[in-house]
Ligand binder design. Structure first.
Ligand SMILES: [Ca+2]
Ligand SMILES: [Ca+2]
Length: 358
């Protein structure tokens, strides 16, 4: 009789008290409120939430215990899946009334329990710091047992988290090296003179020549011994050739007196091939007395000027526009006719870029 009474008294005591000062360490693993004799485990709407389902080693996350109403008792841990019977990490209870650490697993901070049986508001936030090391991809479970009243509790309230690699902070982008321009600077293209097709001038330097002292960029060729030569005043032969220079004192002329023979040619040619768009201006004297003499200007293979009709004493000026992209020689070609009165002269060659002035 007395034994039965004692049992009932113990049961009554438990029914009215449970663990008002917190769960016993005997429940560290099971998290089961075994002292609540006859209590019912059921879901009464408590849940655990976190801002993220992942965490990194050593990080601190905020765990919210939410519910529809107040509760009285709590057992709270985090367990790693690979070692499901041991609480890990560390709960911070600084400033939290109604809760305390429970001496589980040799580290009290692994476990949170209540320290009174007073009603506690739901939506309580607990701060948990993860272990300093965890294997990325491994899962951890936040697990709680919530005692709503003595006779009603909800166990296995869970929230599963996954350990992840810390995200490497994105290093600042290194300054871009100073790269050379991907495209070379555009060549300075001379302004295309009006009326020209091929304005890229080549080798016209030194062609302007008053023939006072040198050939400049010109040279003699033609029949052996038959050359353009410097002269001033009139030629030695009467009645042919100029009487003076067109410009300055000297000019070039082709001596058609003996030993020159019919069809001899004197050729004054550019040393270099030239091209582009330019004006070739020159003065010529064609004071000849009989037929067969001629003066021609040839650019490449093209004759651009020709005179074979006697012009009498005096100088005449000719302007020829040359517009070619073909490298070509310019040649002044004087040819002797049958008779000796064929002295032909040129002077004052002026080569200018672009078309000839009006
Ligand atoms: Ca001259
Ligand atoms: Ca002569």
């Amino acid at each position: 009789m007395s034994f039965i009474l004692l049992t009932v008294l113990i049961a009554v005591f438990h029914n009215t008290q449970g663990y008002p000062t917190g769960p016993p360490t005997a429940a560290c693993v099971s998290m089961n409120p075994a002292g609540h004799i006859g209590a019912i485990s059921t879901s009464v709407g408590f849940a655990l939430t976190t801002p993220s389902t992942t965490f990194t080693a050593g990080s601190t996350i905020q765990v919210t215990l939410s519910g529809l109403g107040s509760f009285r008792g709590l057992f709270l841990q985090v367990r790693e899946s690979s070692s499901p019977n041991v609480g890990v990490g560390s709960w911070d209870l600084t400033g939290k009334d109604g809760y305390k650490h429970i001496d589980c697993f040799g580290d009290r901070t692994t476990t949170v329990g209540h320290n009174s049986n007073q009603d506690k508001p739901p939506n309580e936030v607990f701060s948990w710091t993860a272990p300093s090391e965890c294997t990325p991809g491994s899962t951890f479970t936040i697990r709680a047992t919530v005692v709503q009243q003595f006779a009603i509790y909800q166990e296995n309230v869970r929230r599963v988290l996954t350990c992840v690699e810390p995200v490497e902070p994105t290093p600042p982008a290194p300054p871009l090296p100073t790269l050379p321009p991907t495209t070379p600077p555009l060549p300075v293209i001379p302004t295309q003179p009006d009326g020209c097709r091929f304005f890229q001038l080549t080798n016209i330097e030194g062609l302007t020549n008053d023939f006072e002292s040198s050939f400049g960029s010109w040279k003699n060729s033609g029949s052996p011994g038959r050359i353009w030569q410097f002269n001033s005043g009139s030629t030695p032969s009467f009645g042919t050739g100029p009487s003076s220079a067109a410009q300055g004192e000297f000019y070039l002329y082709f001596e058609t007196s003996s030993p020159s023979q019919p069809e001899d040619t004197a050729i004054l040619s550019t040393i270099n091939d030239v091209r582009g768009c330019f004006c070739l201006r020159f003065s010529y004297s064609f004071n000849v007395r009989d037929s067969g003499h001629s003066l021609r200007v040839i650019v490449g293979s093209r004759e651009v000027f020709s005179v074979s009709t006697p012009r009498g004493d005096g100088w005449f000026t000719e302007s020829i526009e040359i517009d070619t992209d073909v490298l070509s020689k310019i040649q002044f070609v004087a040819e002797r006719g049958q008779e000796w009165q064929g002295d032909t002269a040129i002077d004052n060659v002026i080569v200018t870029e672009g078309t000839c002035p009006e």
